[in-house]
Design a protein around this ligand. Structure first.
Ligand code: SAH
Ligand code: MG
Length: 212
């Protein structure tokens, strides 16, 4: 029984969700490979945001707005999402997705290198209670440090793609993103500022609470 067979079996139990299908359709129409979070983790993000009572979420890596929509679904009506995206045209695609989903007023896109936007948010004194890290893997450790800095006590940090489609476990792979991800996973498991777990399904998801 492979991971994938289990994921596919569980996924097909769910009715088609037109909002999410539409976002995936927009990503395809734009000509992008759909590397949005899998539906199963998207539902988990929505549930975690709702369960935690978060009101301010920060996403690093927007693509077509799929995970942004999941985060907004879990936020209260006055909740806000800030989303950091390198590419202006992706941010526009994502914004269009969220407008169609009825969330246009509640999201702010900041375009450019996420590290620059994070420094700016720090300078502004911004604070968040939910983080989703899902951009360039070389910077995951830097993003984690910023998330801890910008966290309200008890904030939740989620991070996608721990396994890099198998490369994390392949000793033949020693590129910068693979090495960074191995180190990131070690930090998630051992950093005393965090309480954490890592989910092995799909491409691996880290979940951490910033200790009070
Ligand atoms: N979170 C999205 C998928 C994000 S894919 C979802 O699940 O729906 C990764 C995104 O990170 C891409 O859109 C890419 O343009 C963006 N990205 C890559 N490097 C970045 C950087 N240095 N700063 C900000 N965004 C970056
Ligand atoms: Mg991802």
């Amino acid at each position: 029984m492979s991971n994938e067979a289990v994921e596919n079996y569980l996924e097909q139990l769910y009715p088609v969700n037109p909002v999410f299908n539409r976002i995936r359709e927009r990503i395809a129409e734009f000509g992008l490979r759909d590397i949005s979070v899998p539906d199963g983790y998207g539902r988990l993000l929505t549930m975690l945001v709702r369960l935690s009572g978060a009101t301010h979420a920060l996403e690093i890596g927007a693509l077509g707005g799929y995970s942004g929509c999941c985060l907004l679904l879990g936020l209260p009506a006055d909740g806000r999402l800030v989303s950091l995206e390198l590419k202006a045209d992706y941010a526009e695609l994502a914004k269009g997705s969220l407008i169609e989903a009825g969330f246009g007023e509640r999201v702010e896109y900041r375009i450019g290198e996420a590290l620059d936007s994070l420094a700016q948010l720090e300078a502004e004194g911004a604070r968040f209670d939910f983080f989703f890290i899902d951009a360039d893997k070389e910077n995951y450790i830097n993003y984690l440090e910023y998330a801890i800095k910008l966290a309200r006590p008890g904030a939740i940090i989620a991070a996608d793609n721990l396994m890099l489609r198998g490369r994390t476990l392949d000793e033949g792979k020693q590129g910068p993103s693979v090495q960074a991800m191995r180190r990131f996973n070690e930090i998630i498991a051992t950093d005393e500022r965090l309480e954490s777990t890592m989910l092995p399904a799909y491409d691996g998801l880290a979940l951490a609470i910033v200790r009070k």
